[in-house]
Design a binder for this molecule. Structure first.
Ligand code: FAD
Length: 388
């Protein structure tokens, strides 16, 4: 355990570091990835460009440091991050490298504003935080269905909408599949032809457990004139074919259906955020009172439509097409809002949501306004962990 003086120094300097948080972590990534280019195989290189990864790391480190007296206060956040790390195959030997470059970045960005004593205190604090993650992750690796990557064959590739395609994965070794909790994801290791680094992404399992395959459903991030297309999703859509083999990490994640209660369940999804909720829906629809509300731009991009076939399912299209109107394919045009929501779902329920950030913010705000207790509200980010 750190001595009191060290802890005091760290707590006192958290605001200084937080103020320069993104500058420090941006510098950190730049230098580390230049000097240790092999680490580019572990990081999402797109998130380096859009700043999301440095932001997420900065927030995580400062949150931990401000609770250095009692790291158990960050347990829920640590749990989410550790699950992600396990799915990325992050190992104890990676932590000292991160620590080294983080301290260098603090020194270089803050210069004279920090003295040797402060740097030493942060080195010790980083060590303590790293040890916490290493021990949580060690437990998870031991409990995992397999560690690292297992090869899976693309058994079937099915187009679900204009943008979403499902991939049915079967283990190449022919061995049994693990069970998983509906809502969890797998990791995929992508070695894309002509792209210089291995890239890793997570995809939620979109079918109920207990099948002889794992299914993921992926949105093609096609990009625009200004924004480059997504690396892994376009590779999966355009290049990966039935019969191909891809390395997959074991199911992980702390966003899953709480099966210890029989309370009603309300699932709220936006766009491709429906995948973890579809798994929950299929697993539990015959056992509990389940409501599934899905928001999409229109019917053309609404994937897995025919699997939302229960009575308590509601479809909300932002701008329904003429065909959607003719088919009366939706329950509401526009957005999911609280006035509508309180008429279609019960308040005494467990709520789960996932979707684009704007959608998640709106759902979080609506549930908060409605007075749903925090411990009945669960959500997943399809990107670096953020805050709502
Ligand atoms: P990336 O290359 O990572 O790019 C991401 C986005 O940024 C793209 O939209 C791209 O067009 C844009 N972009 C590229 N370059 C730039 C730039 N310079 N500036 C600004 N923007 C840029 N996805 C699913 O489809 N289905 C799922 O079930 C699913 N489940 C997930 C579960 C979890 C827990 C997480 C964390 C993510 C999940 N995702 C899911 C998202 C998925 O992991 C990928 O992030 C997604 O497929 C995009 O990856 P990519 O490599 O195609 O895009």
């Amino acid at each position: 355990r750190l001595d009191e003086r060290t802890r005091e120094i760290v707590k006192a300097t958290v605001p200084v570091l937080a103020e320069h948080g993104e500058a420090i972590t941006t510098h950190f990534y730049k230098r580390m990835l230049t000097e240790r280019p092999e680490l580019k195989n572990y990081f999402n290189m797109t998130h380096q460009k859009d700043g999301k990864q440095p932001r997420a790391l900065a927030n995580a480190v400062y949150a931990a440091a401000s609770h250095i007296d009692d790291l158990s206060a960050i347990a829920p956040a640590a749990e989410t991050i550790a699950e992600k790390h396990v799915s990325l195959n992050i190992r104890p030997e990676h932590y000292p490298i991160i620590g080294e470059y983080l301290l260098k970045a603090i020194k270089e960005v803050l210069g004279d504003a920090v003295d040797e004593e402060v740097i030493d205190a942060w080195e010790l604090a980083y060590g303590e935080i790293a040890d916490l993650f290493i021990s949580i992750e060690d437990g998870k690796y031991k409990a995992s269905a397999w560690t690292g990557y297992r090869l899976f064959t693309i058994h079937k590739k099915v187009k679900e909408s204009e943008e979403i395609t499902s991939f049915y994965l079967k283990p190449e070794d022919g061995g049994p599949l693990p069970s998983y909790r509906p809502g969890q994801y797998i990791g995929i290791k992508a070695d894309i032809p002509d792209y210089p680094h291995t890239q890793r992404r997570q995809y939620s399992l979109s079918d109920a457990p207990g099948k002889d395959y794992l299914r993921i459903s992926v949105k093609r991030e096609g990009g625009t004139d200004e924004i480059p297309a997504g690396l892994v999703s376009t590779w999966l859509h355009d290049q990966v074919q039935e019969g191909d083999v891809v390395p997959i990490s074991a199911p992980a994640g702390d966003f899953f259906l709480d099966e210890s209660t029989s309370r009603p369940v309300v699932l709220l999804s936006g766009g491709v955020g429906l995948t973890p909720l579809m798994s929950m829906y299929k697993k539990t629809r015959d056992e509990r009172d389940v409501y599934f509300i899905h928001a999409a731009r229109n019917g053309g991009v609404h994937g897995l439509k025919e699997e939302m076939d229960g009575e308590q399912t509601y479809v909300v299209y932002e701008t329904p097409s003429e065909e959607d109107k003719t088919l009366a394919a939706y329950d509401k045009a526009g957005y999911v809002d609280l006035d509508w929501l309180r008429n279609v779902v019960p308040k005494e329920a467990d709520f789960y949501f996932c979707g684009p950030e704007g959608f998640m913010r709106a759902m979080n705000g609506a549930l908060h306004e409605w007075g749903i207790p925090d411990d009945q509200v669960n959500y997943e980010f399809f990107g670096p962990k953020g805050t709502l």
